[in-house]
Design a protein around this ligand. Structure first.
Ligand SMILES: [Zn+2]
Length: 74
């Protein structure tokens, strides 16, 4: 099931060589360890990530999903 994630920044604001990339912020429910990785399909805010925390092995949930502009590497 596809869900609308976020308001997009909009392609027209992108400069040459830049791309919109969606990121997912993961937070551990136990030790507050936080990691950011590229968004993958199926990520939903406040859902389990499915992977345990690398530090303490407890449950990791998705805290935030956001769009950022990154420079493309040629
Ligand atoms: Zn942890």
């Amino acid at each position: 099931m596809a869900m609308p994630i976020l308001p997009s920044i909009g392609i027209e604001k992108l400069k040459k060589g830049e791309a919109e990339v969606t990121f997912t912020v993961l937070g551990c429910t136990s030790c507050d360890d936080e990691t950011t990785r590229e968004y993958k399909e199926g990520d939903i805010v406040f859902e389990d990530d499915g992977e345990p925390c690398k530090k303490c092995g407890k449950k990791v949930v998705i805290k935030q999903i956001y769009v950022d502009i990154v420079k493309k590497q040629k």
